[in-house]
Ligand binder design. Structure first.
Ligand SMILES: O=P(O)(O)OC[C@H]1O[C@@H](O)[C@H](O)[C@@H](O)[C@@H]1O
Length: 321
C-alpha cells in the first residue's frame, strides 16, 4: 500500500524519500539555479547533461542525457516528459500520433500532469497544469545522473478556473535504468484549498500482449460505461490485460505495480503517496493508435486538502531491470 493516503498531508506527515536516500556515487555538482526561461538556462543546463532545445512546434524542450546512456525529453509546456529511453532508439513512453505542439491543446502522450483535477469534474478534463508553461527552477547532476526541477505557479489562466495561489515543484531524476519524479504541491494562498491529481503516463506497448500485475484485491471504480457514475467493484485478476476499452480506477493501489509492455520490457512502477492507480486504453475510440500504448497512471483520486503553507508530496519511480 502507498504509505500515506490521508486526505490532508503536510511535509511533516507526508514522508517521502529524500535525495539522500538515492545511491550517491560522488560529489554532487550543481550547475544551474533558478533560471526561469529556456534561453536563460541553456548554457548552464548543458553542463549537467541537461540541454534546452527547440522541440516540436518550436516549444522549449529539455533533453536529459545520463552518463550511463539513458535519455529523457521534457516539454516545459505542461511539464510533460515525452520520452524515456534506457537503450538507444527504444522509447518506453508513447506520444499519440494526434498530439499537437501548439499550446492549443495539452500534449497527448508522455506523462502529462492532471492537476488540480483528475476529472471528470467542474473544471476542464484533467485540470490546467498540462496546459501551462512550467519553468526550470533548478538543474544539477549527481555522478552523471541529470536532475531538473520544474516549477508551476498560479497565473491568470489557472485563476480563471481555480482561484488559489499554489506552487508545484516537479523534480525529475534520470538514472541508467530509472526515471524518478517527485511532485510537491504547496498552498501559497491564505485560504485552504483541495485538489486531486494524477500522472497520466502513456507507455509504449503492444496492447494485445500488455499486462499489469499487482492490482488484485483493489477496490475498483470502473468508468466504463459512464465516467460520471463509475461502477464499484473489486479486482479479482492477478494479471490485468487490455482486451478492449479499459478505463478503471484502482483505489488504495500498492506501492508497486509491474507493467509488461508486450514488447519485451518489464517496467516497475513504484510510488510513494500516489495512493491510487488508473488503467486506460481507448480501444476503438482511437483506432489509429490504441494498439500501441497503455496508460498506467499513478493518481490521487480522493481530495487532498491543504491549509496555507502546507505541502503534499508524491513520488514515482519507473525502472527496468
Ligand atoms: O486527455 P487524454 O490524454 O486524451 O486522456 C483522456 C483519458 O484519460 C484517462 O486518465 C481517463 O481515465 C479517461 O477517462 C480519459 O478519457
Amino acid at each position: 500500500m502507498a504509505t500515506v493516503s490521508s486526505t490532508t498531508s503536510s511535509l511533516a506527515t507526508a514522508t517521502f524519500p529524500s535525495s539522500r536516500r538515492f545511491p550517491r556515487y560522488g560529489r554532487r555538482c550543481r550547475v544551474g539555479m533558478a533560471f526561469a526561461s529556456a534561453e536563460k538556462g541553456a548554457a548552464a543546463a548543458a553542463a549537467a547533461g541537461v540541454s534546452v532545445t527547440e522541440g516540436e512546434g518550436k516549444l522549449p524542450k529539455l533533453v536529459l542525457t545520463s552518463a550511463h546512456g539513458s535519455e529523457a525529453e521534457i516539454y516545459l509546456y505542461g511539464g510533460c516528459i515525452t520520452s524515456w529511453k534506457v537503450a538507444k532508439d527504444k522509447d518506453l513512453l508513447f506520444v499519440r500520433p494526434d498530439a499537437v505542439f501548439n499550446k492549443k491543446k495539452p500534449i497527448s502522450g508522455g506523462a502529462p500532469h492532471c492537476f488540480p483535477q483528475f476529472g471528470p469534474g467542474p473544471m476542464q478534463q484533467h485540470g490546467f497544469a498540462r496546459n501551462m508553461d512550467w519553468s526550470v527552477a533548478e538543474s544539477q547532476s549527481e555522478d552523471g545522473n541529470p536532475i531538473v526541477t520544474l516549477e508551476l505557479k498560479d497565473g491568470p489562466y489557472s485563476r480563471s478556473m481555480w482561484d488559489f495561489s499554489f506552487q508545484a515543484l516537479y523534480k525529475i531524476i534520470l538514472r541508467e535504468k530509472s526515471l524518478s519524479t517527485e511532485l510537491i504541491i504547496t498552498n501559497t494562498d491564505t485560504k485552504p484549498f483541495s485538489f486531486n491529481t494524477a500522472l497520466h503516463t502513456y507507455f509504449r506497448a503492444s496492447v494485445t500482449a500488455a499486462s499489469v500485475k499487482g492490482l488484485k484485491g483493489c477496490k475498483t471504480l470502473n468508468k466504463d460505461p459512464d465516467p460520471k457514475n463509475p461502477l464499484e467493484g473489486k479486482e479479482e485478476r492477478d494479471i490485468v490485460t487490455f482486451p478492449g476499452f479499459v478505463d478503471c480506477i484502482y483505489l488504495n493501489a500498492p506501492s508497486e505495480v509491474i507493467l509488461d509492455n508486450g514488447l519485451g520490457d518489464t517496467i516497475s512502477i513504484q510510488n510513494t503517496n500516489w495512493s491510487d492507480a488508473v488503467l486506460w486504453n481507448p480501444y476503438l475510440q482511437m483506432e489509429a493508435c490504441y494498439r500501441d500504448f497503455v496508460c498506467v497512471e499513478n493518481a490521487k483520486i480522493g481530495n487532498v486538502q491543504l491549509e496555507p503553507k502546507q505541502s503534499w508530496v508524491a513520488k514515482q519511480i519507473l525502472s527496468v531491470a
